[in-house]
Write a protein that binds this ligand. Structure first.
Ligand code: ATP
Length: 293
């Protein structure tokens, strides 16, 4: 049986009248690279903060390594590496001082690995945090999150501030290395192509609710994109059974289906339409189709 590092059951969280998370249930298997996607305000950061025990659930439950993070913070946090979205690091410290300070919290801090990361990220450890560019800050944040070789790596928008080379090569390599060593990565991202490239599981949040959650290959296999031609021009997108979105104009439309291909094909033959192309949509296309643009 698959061992889960995180189990979330009917998790709900509100801030006053704002329901940030609603009835969210899913698990993160050990060793997976789990991508959390969703539009601005979908609830991604709120969910990660529950994993860290920084927020208490309004309803439902969450367990991390079989423990409740709010009740047992020391046991849980010691095994987690966290990169926060706002990279909140003490501005008055130098990088080497910050590394030294952080290493004191983690018995598993790997000094050799930390040095390798400094070189890989092209950092000058004598620089003060306040003088760093956004990208350098992101690199330092990443270094601090991974240098103690955590069992669970939580990255909130890790690509934000990173240039395309670091994003594509270094970040992806780090994420894969962590997973190949049997450790687990849960990360949020707006960059769907990146999520598709590095994840093996994906969860999609929308307005605080879980829209879908599965292995990436299952999500891709469940959806299909059809480019169709209708015999006549139509003014607005036809409402096709089995489709989750339909975009285009005139008589040529691009339709994303969610597993209901028979219904869609029946409709197409009843309306004398023809298929021009059929393909597997990208995660980005599925996201736009499901979230509605
Ligand atoms: P983004 O991609 O923009 O970072 P997100 O998916 O991480 O968004 P969250 O930061 O989790 O979204 O926010 C979810 C919702 O909860 C938003 O409507 C946000 O305004 C609200 N929210 C989050 N934290 C608080 C808070 N401390 N007080 C009040 N509302 C909050």
């Amino acid at each position: 049986m698959t061992e889960n590092v995180i189990d979330i059951h009917s998790l709900g969280r509100s801030f006053g009248k704002k329901q940030a998370l609603q009835d969210v249930t899913f698990s993160v298997p050990k060793g997976s690279v789990f991508g959390l996607v969703g539009e601005n305000g979908a609830g991604k950061t709120t969910l990660l903060k529950h994993v860290l025990g920084l927020l208490r659930a309004s309803s439902g439950s969450i367990s991390v390594f079989g423990l409740a993070p709010v009740q047992e913070p020391a046991m849980v946090l010691g095994k987690i590496g966290y990169l926060s979205e706002d990279r909140d690091l003490p501005t008055w410290m130098r990088i080497d001082q910050l590394m030294h300070y952080r290493s004191a919290f983690y018995p598993s801090w790997d000094h050799e690995y930390a040095k390798e990361l400094v070189t890989m990220f092209d950092l000058d450890v004598k620089q003060r945090i306040r003088s760093l560019s956004r990208g350098q800050l992101a690199r330092v944040g990443l270094l601090l999150a991974i240098a103690h070789r955590p069992e669970l790596l939580l990255l909130d928008e890790p690509s934000s501030g990173l240039d395309p080379v670091v994003r594509r090569d270094i970040l992806a390599a780090i994420i894969r290395t962590v997973a190949d060593e049997g450790r687990t990565v849960l990360f949020s991202s707006h960059l769907l192509d990146e999520v598709q490239r590095v994840s093996d599981h994906v969860a999609m949040l929308h307005g605080g609710q879980l829209l879908l959650c599965d292995r990436l290959e299952a999500v891709l296999a469940q959806h299909s994109r059809w480019t169709i031609r209708l015999p006549e021009m139509v003014q607005s997108a036809p409402d096709i059974p089995g489709s989750v979105s339909c975009r285009g104009e005139g008589n040529e439309w691009s339709v994303i289906c969610n597993g209901q291909h028979e219904q869609f094909q029946r409709w197409l033959s009843e309306h004398n339409g023809e298929v021009i192309e059929q393909a597997t949509p990208s995660l980005d296309e599925i996201f736009v189709a499901r979230v509605g643009g």
